[in-house]
Design a protein around this ligand. Structure first.
Ligand SMILES: Cc1ncc(COP(=O)(O)O)c(C=O)c1O
Length: 398
């Protein structure tokens, strides 16, 4: 099929929930994607912050191939080795004592919310059923996550939403003190907000939130679906802040491109959860768990994370240099390889211009252009990306 035929098939048969550019992607290699006409794109979107190891990592492919031959699916009614091994790897490298597996980011958040509710009930608080979330947050599209994602565009068509959702202002501790109370069972926050425009939490805010949760007996949930697993230069984004949560949601890069989510929890929360409380047919799929072991093993390597930090410093410098030559750029912010460039104008046309010049980038809200390349990028890739971005902005001599 040629691109035109594929587009018309999609238009006829696929529900229209995404607006897509005209090209059809066919294969990927390293940090590049190729369309059906053989055109190459430097990928600074990574399939929305998923492809941390780039395209075609041979070890991930080998793990998938081998596990596919052995066992593709068994369900959670039975023991399987890849799930057990992956859980051990995640626990040994984090604050957590237990892991619950699911299939996506929004499911990892839903599980976190259910576990927090159950924990509060078990610990004597049948009235403790509220959640506190933040302005600018994005936690997913299913009903619980959506209720804690305060954006009218996402929420309004689907009201009524889950009751008991309260909101405070991101990076403003006083605003949390005003809404947290006896009915709160958990606060949920992204240590670095992604979809909301790449906003890192301030250290004082995240540490203050931990103290506040401790003082009020509230659980603290970190949603690291986007900022976790090496994206910000440490294995977990919260490591840079010196605070740990009670529960953490993960997804995106974990499966090396295959769908998986995970909810990590401390023993005191895990103690409240028992058989039948939650579950999923496909969760902890052996093939995905085999791929994820390779991903976690590679990303957690010190040299790998040092590479992310070095690249992050370099990319941020190139972007701030560009800012000096382009007055349309308001701010460059981020951590590691998670960068947002806030513009004085809408970024959709800039994203499109970059595509036309062979660079894939994302937006994060109307005015923020987001760069989340594979964590395996090299200096030359970053130079090329910033040069194309500069051209798309009409900046010369950068
Ligand atoms: C912080 C955060 N949480 C949750 C989600 C939802 O993940 P998924 O799209 O896999 O359901 C996202 C997706 O962008 C995210 O960035």
């Amino acid at each position: 099929m040629n691109a035109e035929e594929i587009r018309s098939l999609e238009q006829q048969y696929v529900l229209h929930t995404y607006v897509r550019p005209p090209f059809v992607l066919e294969r990927g290699e390293g940090v590049r994607l190729y369309d059906s006409e053989g055109r190459a794109y430097l990928d600074f979107g990574s399939g929305i912050a998923v492809n941390a190891l780039g395209y075609g990592d041979p070890d991930v492919a080998q793990a998938i191939g081998q596990q596919t031959q052995r066992l593709m699916h068994a369900s959670n009614l039975y023991h399987t080795e890849p799930q057990a091994r992956l859980a051990k790897m995640l626990v040994e490298r984090s604050f957590a004592d237990k892991v619950y597996f699911c299939n996506s980011g929004t499911e990892a958040v839903e599980a976190a919310l259910k576990f927090a509710r159950k924990w509060a009930k078990v610990n004597g608080g049948s009235e403790r059923d509220e959640f506190v979330a933040f302005s600018g947050a994005f936690h997913g599209r299913t009903m619980g996550s959506l209720a804690l994602t305060p954006r009218p565009h996402y929420q309004d068509p689907f009201r009524p939403l889950m009751p008991g959702s309260r909101f405070a202002t991101f990076n403003d501790l006083a605003s949390v003190e005003a809404v947290i109370g006896e009915r709160t069972c958990a606060c949920i926050v992204e240590p670095v907000q992604g979809e909301g425009g790449i906003h890192p939490a301030t250290p004082a805010f995240l540490r203050g939130l931990r103290d506040l949760c401790d003082r009020t007996g509230t659980l603290l949930i970190f949603d690291e679906v986007q900022c976790g697993l090496g994206r910000t230069g440490t294995l977990w984004a919260h490591e840079a802040y010196g605070v740990t949560p009670d529960i953490m949601s993960l997804a995106k890069p974990l499966g090396g491109g295959l769908p998986i989510g995970a909810t990590l929890l401390t023993q005191r929360v895990a103690d409240a959860i028992g058989p039948g409380d939650h579950g999923s047919t496909f969760a902890a799929n052996p093939v995905v768990c085999a791929a994820a072991q390779v991903v976690v093993g590679k990303i957690a390597e010190r040299a790998f994370l040092e590479h992310v930090c070095w690249c992050g410093d370099y990319l941020s410098k190139r972007l701030t240099d560009l800012q000096e030559e382009c007055e349309d750029i308001v701010e460059v912010r981020g951590r590691g390889l998670m960068w947002g460039v806030e513009m004085r104008r809408e970024v959709a046309p800039i994203v499109q211009a970059c595509q036309e010049h062979g660079l894939l980038v994302l937006s994060a809200g109307a005015n923020v252009l987001r760069m989340v390349p594979p964590l395996t990028v090299e200096q030359a890739d970053m130079d090329e990306a910033v040069n194309i971005f500069g051209e798309a902005l009409g900046v010369t001599n950068h």
